[in-house]
Design a protein around this ligand. Structure first.
Ligand SMILES: N[C@@H](CCC(=O)N[C@@H](CS)C(=O)NCC(=O)O)C(=O)O
Length: 205
């Protein structure tokens, strides 16, 4: 059985949603970010991490999601086997995990991004971070115009990841105001029974 290490509302929500979509039994282990005990599982202290059966600890959300998609092909969460679709999925997963997700790091943890510990410096860091988030959100918002899914015309791991990222708009000063397609995408997936179950289990909304 797969065991998922997660912290509520983090990017690990994407893995949690994918496990729900797959529908095989799995185990959840909530961790406290920064807990020294968790460093024994993932020395980087990051979630998600999974352990599949007696296997080793696996980390990095993108790699974990692709592993799950390959392990459970019947769930059809990966690419459709064509060269183009493979590229599209890789491209959007790279954008989501490598551009959009890190754009939030200084927003949530401004103290890590400046040696100046004053409130003024923190606010300035958050403002700069917000500008990058805004650029990334606008890009995704344009892509989702008229689309239900991030890639192709079916649900993939990229929708699970995009949902976890788009949900964070709730913590921005202007919320979803500037991003009508992200707003629609978010509310659409909020109604998905598997997404609902994952959020209930994490006690988030
Ligand atoms: N590159 C990693 C990044 C994971 C990551 O930064 N996760 C955040 C939660 S959204 C985290 O665990 N942060 C804890 C920390 O940085 O101390 C991945 O894609 O899995």
């Amino acid at each position: 059985m797969i065991k998922l290490f997660y912290a509520p509302g983090t990017c690990a929500l994407a893995t949690h949603i994918a496990l729900e979509w797959i529908g095989e039994p799995y185990e959840l282990q909530q961790v406290k970010l920064g807990d020294p005990e968790y460093l024994k599982i993932n020395p980087l202290g990051q979630v998600p991490a999974i352990i599949d059966g007696d296997g080793e600890v696996m980390t990095q959300g993108d790699a974990i999601l692709k592993y799950l998609a390959r392990k459970y092909p019947a769930a059809k969460l990966g690419d459709d086997g064509t060269l183009q679709d493979g590229y599209d999925l890789d491209r959007w997963m790279a954008f989501l995990t490598g551009d959009l997700h890190p754009a939030f790091f200084p927003f949530y943890k401004p103290e890590r991004y400046s040696t100046d510990s004053s409130d003024r410096a923190k606010q300035a860091t958050k403002k700069a971070s917000y500008q990058i988030i805004d650029r990334m959100y606008e890009y995704l918002d344009r892509h989702l115009n008229g689309k239900e899914f991030v890639v192709g015309n079916r649900r993939t791991i990229s929708d699970a990841y995009a949902f976890a990222m788009v949900r964070w708009a709730n913590s921005l000063p202007n919320g979803f105001t500037k991003y009508p397609n992200l707003d629609r995408f978010y509310h659409h997936w909020c109604e998905d029974p598997s997404v609902k179950r994952a959020m209930e289990q994490q006690h988030i909304h």
